[in-house]
Design a protein around this ligand. Structure first.
Ligand SMILES: [Zn+2]
Length: 271
């Protein structure tokens, strides 16, 4: 009896551990794009998924460097795509959505020190202000990067930038003309400020944040890459007609094993 109970207990623990850390998933080939938002200490425990601590971020960047991952900028990916080249072995993009000031104060020094590179999708009208699109009752306002900080990060070569609209709306839920303005004007204004072309755009909000019309608007605006919030690794060469570029959402509670599974398997944590 004791043996049977022990065997059942061992099986149960193994199954649970394998769902929590799905090591058995097939390793995938293709482009890995890590998706972060805020770095530092969350203002409330309810928001811990969206905030990765500076310490964890440093460990994750160290993991990438120690394991031979090559961190690319949007511009570097653009060159590879334009020239129809294969991806460098172990290519990964570190991306941040929205442009929070903690990307400058917390993430930038970590990347710089490690010799790694990152990319930020900017919400143009919020630069130098706060994340006004959030309801402060559920997600407190925090400072966004200033244009001076963006310029400093660009000049350092550590960060590259992409578009994320003017005001962070649900693009499928606003007037179609307003959606075009959000996409094209944010590109134009950011390009004027940075003195260079933007090649990458990320749709605000999660799955269902775009449709064929909105995707067409992004391509018509002159963006080469459009990034969704769908979890996964994108096959390379990228089939632009068919798919957006997927990402790997790194959450505040992820430990280094979760991080490694995201990178290798394109996902972690089934439970
Ligand atoms: Zn966003």
């Amino acid at each position: 009896m004791i043996i049977i109970v022990s065997v059942i207990a061992v099986i149960a623990v193994t199954v649970l551990a394998s769902l929590r850390f799905p090591w058995w998933r097939k390793t995938k080939q293709g482009l890995r794009v890590l998706c972060y938002h805020k770095v530092g200490v969350p203002p409330s425990p309810c928001l811990k998924d969206l905030w990765v601590s500076t310490d964890n971020f440093r460990k994750q960047v160290k993991y990438l460097i120690d394991n031979g991952w090559k961190t690319l900028t949007f511009s570097e990916l653009h060159e590879i795509y334009k020239n129809n080249e294969p991806l460098p072995e172990k290519a990964v993009l570190i991306t941040f959505d929205d442009g929070y000031q903690n990307n400058y104060t917390e993430a930038y020094p970590v990347l710089k020190e490690a010799g790694a590179k990152g990319n930020i999708f900017l919400v143009w009208n919020t630069l130098g202000k706060v994340n006004e699109w959030h309801n402060p009752a559920s997600e407190p306002w925090v400072n966004m990067c200033t244009i001076e900080q963006i310029k400093e990060m660009q000049e350092s070569g550590v960060f590259d930038f992409g578009g994320h609209t003017l005001n962070h709306p649900h693009l499928t839920q606003i007037d179609p003309e307003a959606a075009v303005t959000e996409i094209t004007e944010s590109k134009k204004k950011t390009e004027e400020a940075l003195g260079r072309e933007l090649c990458a755009f990320a749709y605000p909000y999660g799955d269902g944040a775009y449709d064929d019309r909105v995707r067409g608007n992004v391509i018509d605006a002159g963006y080469t890459f459009d990034f969704s919030f769908r979890e996964g690794i994108t096959a390379w060469p990228w089939d632009r007609e068919k798919n957006t570029i997927d990402r790997l959402y790194i959450k505040g509670g992820d430990n280094i094993w979760d991080f490694a599974l995201h990178l290798k398997k394109g996902g972690a944590r089934i439970i």
